[in-house]
Design a protein. Structure first.
Length: 151
């Protein structure tokens, strides 16, 4: 079993990512700019495209139904300077292996959600306050994100 010590534990993302998340969580809002650092896709940015969403997720054991979820996409908007036409396409915000990534606001690095599912078109996250409340109930104490800078 691994032993975690203050020397091996950090709340900071790897170099080149967004750094240390803020302690103050915020609720997702439509159009909110967000980012995450994932194992597979590294640092990506996107926008909240749905809140309080009901989502059906397929797992090997069957389907699971989630409510009050956040949906995020990574739209790419191209405006043709010559014709003025607008093309909107999407790139993946996440991929397999990114589950568990903390999603934070682009400005302020406030935690918004915890990534757990997605496709090439949309990423789904649990609202972070619901996650912290559930973990706190399980542990029997309040749980929060430590946004202080590590030594």
């Amino acid at each position: 079993m691994a032993r975690v010590t203050a020397a091996t534990l950090s709340n900071r993302t790897p170099k080149g990512a967004y750094g240390t998340p803020n302690s103050k969580t915020v609720a997702a809002r439509l159009g909110m700019k967000v980012q995450k650092m994932g194992r597979t896709t590294s640092l990506t940015t996107g926008r909240v495209t749905a809140v309080n969403s009901a989502v059906l997720v397929g797992y090997s054991a069957g389907l699971a139904f989630f409510v009050n979820q956040i949906e995020i996409t990574k739209p790419i908007i191209v405006i043709d300077a010559r014709t003025g036409s607008i093309t909107i396409s999407f790139e993946p915000f996440s991929a397999g292996g990114d589950s568990g990534s903390l999603i934070v606001t682009t400005y302020g690095k406030n935690p918004v959600g915890l990534l757990y599912a997605g496709s090439i078109f949309v990423t789904v996250a649990n609202p972070i306050d619901l996650v912290l409340d559930a973990v706190g109930k399980e542990l029997g104490q309040k749980v929060m994100i430590d946004g202080s800078q590590p030594n």
